[in-house]
Design a protein around this ligand. Sequence first.
Ligand SMILES: C[C@](O)(CO)[C@H](O)COP(=O)(O)OP(=O)(O)OC[C@H]1O[C@@H](n2ccc(N)nc2=O)[C@H](O)[C@@H]1O
Ligand SMILES: Nc1ncnc2c1ncn2[C@@H]1O[C@H](COP(=O)(O)OP(=O)(O)OP(=O)(O)O)[C@@H](O)[C@H]1O
Length: 312
Amino acid sequence: MKLIAPAKINLYLEIIGNRPDGYHELVMILQSIDLADEIELHSISDETIRVHCSHPQVPTDKSNLIYRAAELMATKFPQALAKHGGVEITLNKHIPVAAGLAGGSTNAAAVLVGIDLLWNLGLTQTELEDLGAILGSDVPFCVAGGTVIATGRGEQLSPLPSLDHIYIVLGKYRSLEVSTAWAYTTYRQEFGSTYLQDTNDLAARAAAVHSGPIVKAILEKDAVAIAQKLHNDLEKVVLPSYPQVLQLRELFASQPGVIGTMMSGSGPSVFALCETQQQAEQIQQQVRQIIPDEDLELFVTRTIAHGVKVDS
Ligand SMILES: C[C@](O)(CO)[C@H](O)COP(=O)(O)OP(=O)(O)OC[C@H]1O[C@@H](n2ccc(N)nc2=O)[C@H](O)[C@@H]1O
Ligand SMILES: Nc1ncnc2c1ncn2[C@@H]1O[C@H](COP(=O)(O)OP(=O)(O)OP(=O)(O)O)[C@@H](O)[C@H]1O
């Protein structure tokens, strides 16, 4: 079985409070993009989990989110494991690693969906999302995909009408990795005093985003209005610490045809929104001429309406 595991960008990321579990209360708008990994998955006779990936930055031991997703399914469904045997999983990596694009999260989501099908478990999407939440805050979204408002620590999903064919130029320096935990911890240290405390205030803030300008623009499929309302609180701590990311963001913003630009998630990926594929390709070429450094990976991709799916 072969599955497609799309990456994501954050069109909106607001940190609104602390949680008792040490995570942050968020209001986000997550968007699936065409840049994706491929996951091949098949049953093997013994009850083991084998992970293969040739990417130098991706571990193939038990720390890999692919392994952890398969292990979770084996733990939750021991009878199915005994009946069908273990799984051998091969990851063909295209999504930059530790980039703010949910690379590991979407791989985990693909394994949950794939094993559900392989073992004929018949799990609902909500059940798969709930299993995903055990593995990481972005995994439930990666199961669902499309255009979604996410609250809580990112696992409470409220789907929006999907955006597709908004074109994107995405840039990530191979040598840069940003720890998501570092970004949130640093944000808390610097801005934690602004956090909302009361549950009702948190709910009111989430509702305000739901009825606010960027969701209105999404409902109207107004790409220019969406691009003007992009937001990411984590830029406040990542950009000052990573000047190359700030430089790339400013370079994107200066290119004709770019309607908006933002860092994705905890970075260091930066994306620029464009209205046509031709504009995106021209911007990619222009940026490559300005920054010939091969350390900078540049992609042209687009918004899509789905998350993890079986490759037809
Ligand atoms: C930055 C984003 O990618 C935006 O979509 C997500 O918020 C992070 O999603 P993720 O990488 O799946 O996050 P997890 O693997 O669950 O958590 C990684 C670390 O990020 C921090 N974290 C994550 C989510 C959240 N709501 N609050 C947090 O403080 C925690 O320190 C946690 O230990
Ligand atoms: N399947 C996987 N693919 C990529 N990285 C993985 C995987 N499994 C574990 N990792 C580890 O997870 C770390 C974070 O990688 P990942 O690509 O998921 O970050 P990310 O895209 O920033 O995630 P998010 O946007 O959810 O914060 C990497 O440093 C890598 O060592």
